[in-house]
Design a protein around this ligand. Sequence first.
Ligand code: ADP
Ligand code: MG
Length: 243
Amino acid sequence: MIKIENLYKKFNDLEVLKGINLEIKKGEVIVIIGPSGTGKSTLLRCLNYLESPDSGIIEIGNMKIDTENVTKHEISALRRNSSMVFQTYNLFKNKTALENITESLITVKKINKQKAEKIGLNILDQIGLSDKKDNYPSQLSGGQKQRIGIGRAMAVNPEVILFDEPTSSLDPELVGEVLDVIKALAEKNMTMLIVTHEMGFAKEAADRVIFMDEGKIIEETEADVIFDSPQNERTKRFLNKVL
Ligand code: ADP
Ligand code: MG
């Protein structure tokens, strides 16, 4: 249901993605690990077209685009198939928790306010924040803010949710509540692509782990295999540093 073929991206002379190929099945949870500066964020951002790839094919759900020959209309259709969860939440500061979740339902999906609120309240219940619906981001903890960030991504019912280090800006004691929300989504068969340094979580929740280095996918296997017996030297070196 997601297929990436030969994806390339440069920033000026810096080649960041050097031919990424990846297939993800519906309901699969893929964790991407790898050193910083390797292109993990750029890959996610290209899938959501926050960055324009230079070349390659991206297929998500019912949309297949050739990035070298793409229309604005195709880009917005592709974008609607994925949602992004950012390290720094990116919530609207002047909107409540509920409004942050319903915003894109109302403005992008053109769902009426009453119906959007019903969906929003249901999501708040799923992420355990019903009692915070009228709170503004400044009145929420980091973990709660990130759970709202996830709720906002869930609201539009995307084919895939892309997580870019969703717990890296959190105090250690707040990481667990966010990972629990992601695990609950995995149990509901949400397709997810997650960049994270939480190796314990990767081992527990991922169907597959991908090791990326210098703009390429170096190794790709089931979580237990990559952690217990990595095949590639670079993967071994990286895991030795982080585990
Ligand atoms: P990672 O997420 O693996 O740490 P990134 O995808 O953020 O890596 O970055 C990969 C490389 O691309 C880095 O060298 C980074 O400095 C560079 N880069 C990322 N975004 C931009 C940009 N908008 N303009 C120029 N260079 C960028
Ligand atoms: Mg990054």
